[in-house]
Design a protein around this ligand. Sequence first.
Ligand SMILES: N[C@@H](CCC(=O)N[C@@H](CS)C(=O)NCC(=O)O)C(=O)O
Length: 219
Amino acid sequence: MYKLYGSWLSLAAYRVRVALNFKQLPYDEEMIDIAVGDQLTPSFRALNPQGAVPVLVIKDGPQLTQSLAILEFLEELYPQPPLLPSEPGDRARVRSLALLFVADHHPLITPRVTRHLVDQFGANDSATMAWTQYWLRQSLEQAEARLASDKATGTFCQGDVLSIADICMTSQLLGARGLQADTTGIPTVNRIGDACLRLDPFARAHPRAQRGAPKVAPQ
Ligand SMILES: N[C@@H](CCC(=O)N[C@@H](CS)C(=O)NCC(=O)O)C(=O)O
């Protein structure tokens, strides 16, 4: 049984929930309220000095942070069913797509960044929302440009087999839909995202299905 420190609001924790569900690994998630700053308390920082979720705690094992590192850890420990293709070139393509979201774009919309925009630059709610929507849209547009014209794209980002690229892209698409970013004109991203959202590991991991999530319609 894994212990996950996450948050219904967290797109990064969502990625880990999907992977745990996909690999059929039982876990218990403790919800950290990142909207009110519980990730910044000394007790949480003792767990992750970075002050961010997810954290995966493994009995008698390492304490892991960073969603992509956690996904790779789960893949190495439980290679079946796979979340990475077997060919090195395909694996690199999948990791490259995942990093487009996890490394380049998702960090720009985290609470610590929008907090800094407010505290240091006087951004108001509409400015921070416009910032967030802009970077969500950018990531999805860039993914569309890569996926739409690439023969390697299939039902999912890499052919017809689910991979970490799909998990990372769908987390960003959920964020974009939930925050009313523009998701028009990116048919490949929407098609693949909707195919993922129909799968049980994604449905059970959905932000709105988690403890503490507001009771509004899933987006
Ligand atoms: N690159 C990290 C991102 C971790 C992260 O920033 N998590 C957000 C929630 S999605 C968080 O806890 N942020 C707290 C803050 O920014 O104060 C990962 O993929 O795990």
